[in-house]
Each structure stands twice: as structure tokens, then as C-alpha cells.
Design a protein around this ligand. Structure first.
Ligand code: NDP
Length: 306
């Protein structure tokens, strides 16, 4: 029972957040006689990517956002993909563009990300948006760190002066997360695969954010008493069902929830933690892009971030 109070329920957070997104998207419809529109490009037949795209399209439609799906074969050339993006960049009725990653190896992710109009870059991966975030003048913020930030602000109210440690330095999670926390006056340590004494760094964290992709790597030896833990990792773990003896799989995070929950003050579970807020933030960014497309001011649900 005590442990339930410790769980940061990302599903509940996302439901409340999406209600506000829905209000904004319906107001947009009333003013402009069309819904905000998200274009999602899926290249190839990667099963996980297909599921992610399906979830994004489904959530968009439930929240008053039109979605356009562009499905391309995994043999599509980079030039053809760039041409699809160019068409969407020029289409006034498309507000947000998302290219589901990863792409087949013959296509440069960098070239693709750079080709998206920064004003439609709802993933926040374009260098202009990335740079704006780091310079304290954010436009579109990557969805996973934005969702983490939103939950942290709600859980902690005041982030100033906290020691935050991030495990992972990717462009989509670790680095933008660090920027958001730094702007909130945390003292931020970014760790990675070459970090020495990782445990010692983590042990100092008031806020520990793990985005590694190693199942249950973070156990009680990494965690300070009363730390807040956000587990970004999504890992599929194989196990043998002790009753049926069948091989099964389950989703786990980077954090060994069972070993850490008693030490932590608050913790996000996997699934049901960071994931739902990531999709909710994509919807937020799409509605924001729609208002910006119409050159209208946008009353941000998140308030002033900086
Ligand atoms: P990347 O593979 O791009 O980055 C992983 C990071 O972890 C790298 O910086 C790497 O270091 C670091 N790392 C790897 N091994 C270790 C180690 N032993 N000790 C310390 N650091 C290590 O992954 P992403 O950032 O894209 O994703 C991370 C995880 O988050 C994945 O499980 C992914 O599925 C999940 N994810 C979840 C989302 C959600 O919505 N919940 C959204 C996005 C991602 P180095 O740089 O030195 O290689």
C-alpha cells in the first residue's frame, strides 16, 4: 500500500494533460474550421515502429488532431523520402511532421531530421530547435524529456538546487533532459557508457533519470534515500514462466523497480510511467505547431518553461 503512493503514475498524468490538449485542439477547430494536423512517416516494417506509429495516430484522433500516415517501403531512397518531407513542409494544412526512427541504414537520419521545417518539427530534433532549447529560448522540446520535466515539476514543485543525474547522453533523451533541468537551476551530471564510478555519481542524485536501454541495470546500490527516479528505459525481457515453464516476454525499465522502490521517494513504473507522457507531449507539440502555423499565440499548458 505504501509503495502505491510512491508511484508516479504516467498514465494518470497523461490523461489529465490530454484533456487540456483536447480543449486547445477543439478551440483551434472552432476558429479555423479544421483540426490541427500531424503527418507521421513510417519507413519499412519494423514491428516496434509500427506499434509506436499506431499509438500516435490513435492518440491524435482521440484528441481532436487529424493524422496523415505516409507509409514507405524499407527500400525507399533517401531522395524519395526527402521529397515526401518537402511536400509536407509546403502543405499549409499540415502542422506537424514526425519521421518514425530508426530509419533503414541506407538513409541518413541526420539528413532527414535536418530537412523537416523547424516550425513543423514536433519531435524537437532539428538542430534549430535543439539549439534554441540549449540557449534558453525553446520552441519544440523533444517529447520524452518534456514529459519527464512535466511530471517532475508536478511532483517536486521546486527543482532549484537539486542534484540531478542523468544516465544516457542521447540527443533525444539525455541531452535535452539535461538542458531542461539546468534551466530549472538543478546541478546536472550527465553520465554515459564511459563514465567511471557510475554508482557514486548516481548515489548523489536527488533526481535520477535513466535512459540507457539495459534491463534493470539500476538497483538499490545506485540510489540515495528519498531520491526521485524517472525510468525512461523500455526493454523487452525474456523469462520462463515458473508455472507454465513457457518462454515469455515482459517490458521492464532500466531500473530494478522491486529493489529500488523502498529506497526511493517516488518512482515511475515501466510500463505506465514515462511512455504515456511522451505521446501526450507529442500531441501538445502538434497543437502548438498548429497555432504557430496560424500565427496565433499559444496558451501553453506547461506555462513558461524558462
Ligand atoms: P541510446 O542508445 O541513444 O543512448 C543510450 C545511452 O546510454 C548512451 O548515452 C550510452 O552511452 C548510455 N549507456 C549505455 N550503456 C551504459 C552503461 N553501462 N552505463 C552508463 N551509460 C550507458 O538510447 P535512447 O536515449 O534513445 O533510449 C534510451 C532508452 O530509453 C531505451 O531503452 C529506449 O527504448 C528508451 N526510450 C523510451 C522512450 C519513452 O517514451 N519511454 C522514448 C525514447 C527512448 P554512450 O553515449 O557512451 O554510448
Amino acid at each position: 500500500m505504501g509503495n502505491i503512493k510512491k508511484i508516479i503514475n504516467g498514465k494518470e498524468y497523461s490523461e489529465k494533460f490530454l484533456k487540456q490538449v483536447y480543449t486547445l485542439s477543439t478551440n483551434f477547430y472552432k476558429r479555423f474550421n479544421r483540426k490541427p494536423c500531424l503527418a507521421v512517416i513510417l519507413v519499412g516494417d519494423n514491428t516496434a515502429s509500427g506499434i509506436y506509429v499506431k499509438n500516435k495516430v490513435h492518440t491524435a484522433e482521440k484528441n481532436g488532431i487529424k493524422s496523415v500516415k505516409v507509409i514507405l517501403s524499407n527500400k525507399v531512397s533517401e531522395a524519395s523520402l526527402l521529397n515526401e518531407i518537402l511536400k509536407l513542409n509546403e502543405d499549409q494544412n499540415v502542422d506537424g511532421i514526425l519521421v518514425q526512427l530508426p530509419l533503414p541504414v541506407h538513409i541518413s537520419e541526420k539528413n532527414i531530421i535536418h530537412s523537416i521545417n523547424p516550425m513543423k518539427d514536433v519531435d524537437g530534433f532539428h538542430p534549430i530547435n535543439f539549439g534554441k532549447l540549449f540557449m534558453g529560448n525553446p520552441n519544440f522540446i523533444p517529447c520524452t524529456p518534456l514529459g519527464c520535466y512535466y511530471m517532475l515539476k508536478n511532483e517536486l514543485k521546486e527543482l532549484s538546487g537539486k542534484n540531478a543525474v542523468i544516465i544516457g547522453r542521447s540527443n533525444i533523451v539525455g541531452k535535452p533532459m539535461a538542458s531542461l533541468l539546468l534551466a530549472s537551476n538543478c546541478s546536472v551530471t550527465i553520465t554515459h557508457s564511459k563514465t567511471k564510478n557510475l554508482r557514486e555519481h548516481c548515489k548523489k542524485a536527488d533526481i535520477l533519470i535513466s535512459a540507457v536501454g539495459i534491463p534493470e541495470m539500476v538497483d538499490e546500490t545506485y540510489v540515495k534515500n528519498n531520491a526521485i527516479i524517472l525510468d525512461v528505459g523500455i526493454n523487452r525481457l525474456q523469462f520462463v514462466n515458473s508455472e507454465t515453464k513457457a518462454n515469455e516476454t515482459k517490458l521492464v525499465g532500466d531500473v530494478n523497480f522491486g529493489k529500488v522502490v523502498n529506497i526511493a521517494k517516488k518512482i515511475t513504473p515501466v510500463p505506465g510511467g514515462v511512455g504515456p507522457m511522451t505521446i501526450a507531449c507529442l500531441m501538445h507539440n502538434t497543437v502548438k505547431a498548429a497555432y504557430k502555423n496560424k500565427k496565433q499565440s499559444f496558451n501553453d499548458i506547461l506555462g513558461e518553461i524558462f
